[in-house]
Design a protein around this ligand. Structure first.
Ligand code: S6P
Ligand code: ZN
Length: 189
C-alpha cells in the first residue's frame, strides 16, 4: 500500500501561536467579518479580533487538520473578544482544543439549547464531540492561543450561530471578572 501523503513537521510557538512555516493565515476583523455578532457592536472601533493559522490537509475523513487560533484581548461593549463559532458542516465530526497560552473559555452548545463551558488555557485539552457548536472567548489581558485538531472533512456551518447566537455570552462583570450570562438575543432553531 502506498500512503497518500508524506509526513511533515510544523513548528508551533506555544506562546504566540505562530507556525513555521505559515501556510494559511486568516485574520478576522470586527467590522468586516463579525457584523452583528456582539450585542453592543454599534459604534465600536474596527480592529483585528483573531487570527487563524491553519495546516491544510486534504478535506477527507482520513486526515487530521489542525490550526492555531490567536484571539486578541479586548471587549466589544461588555462582551469579551470571541470567535464567530460554528457547527461543523459534517455536524458529527469531533475536535480537540489544546490551550497553549492566555486565559479564556470554550463555549459549546447543541442545536436544542444545551450548553457547556470549559476552561481554555495552557494545558487544557478539551474534547468537542460531534454535534456541539464551539466558540472561544478571551477573558484575559493577553492573547488567548490554542491548537485545534479536527477531522479533515469537518467543514464549517457558520450560518446557524450567525442567525441564532449561543445560549450564553461572556461579559466583563462590574468587578472586572468574567461572567457567563444568558444571551438575550438567543433564538433556538
Ligand atoms: C475548526 C476549529 C478552529 C476554528 C478557529 C476560529 O474546526 O474549530 O480552527 O475555526 O478557532 O473559529 P471560527 O468559529 O471563526 O471558525
Ligand atoms: Zn471546529
Amino acid at each position: 500500500m502506498t500512503p497518500n501523503q508524506d509526513p511533515f513537521t510544523t513548528w508551533v510557538d506555544l506562546r504566540t501561536g505562530t507556525l513555521d512555516p505559515e501556510r494559511d493565515l486568516q485574520d478576522k476583523h470586527l467590522a468586516a467579518d463579525m457584523p452583528g455578532y456582539y450585542l453592543e457592536q454599534d459604534g465600536a472601533e474596527d480592529r483585528l479580533v483573531y487570527r487563524v493559522s491553519a495546516v491544510p490537509v486534504p478535506a477527507t475523513n482520513d486526515e487530521l487538520a489542525s490550526s492555531t487560533t490567536i484571539i486578541e484581548p479586548g471587549t466589544v461593549g461588555r462582551e469579551y473578544h470571541m470567535t464567530k463559532g460554528h457547527f461543523h458542516a459534517n455536524w458529527e465530526r469531533s475536535e480537540i482544543y489544546l490551550g497553549l497560552s492566555g486565559e479564556g473559555l470554550l463555549l459549546m452548545a447543541t442545536d436544542d439549547g444545551q450548553h457547556r463551558t470549559a476552561p481554555l488555557r495552557e494545558g487544557a485539552a478539551n474534547y468537542i464531540p460531534g454535534g456541539w457548536a464551539h466558540r472561544s472567548v478571551n477573558t484575559g489581558d493577553e492573547p488567548l492561543v490554542f491548537l485545534a485538531v479536527y477531522i479533515g472533512d469537518a467543514g464549517y456551518d457558520y450560518a446557524t450561530i450567525a442567525e441564532e447566537g449561543f445560549p450564553v455570552i461572556v461579559v466583563r462583570g462590574d468587578d472586572g471578572r468574567p461572567e457567563v450570562v444568558d444571551n438575550p438575543r438567543y433564538r433556538r432553531g
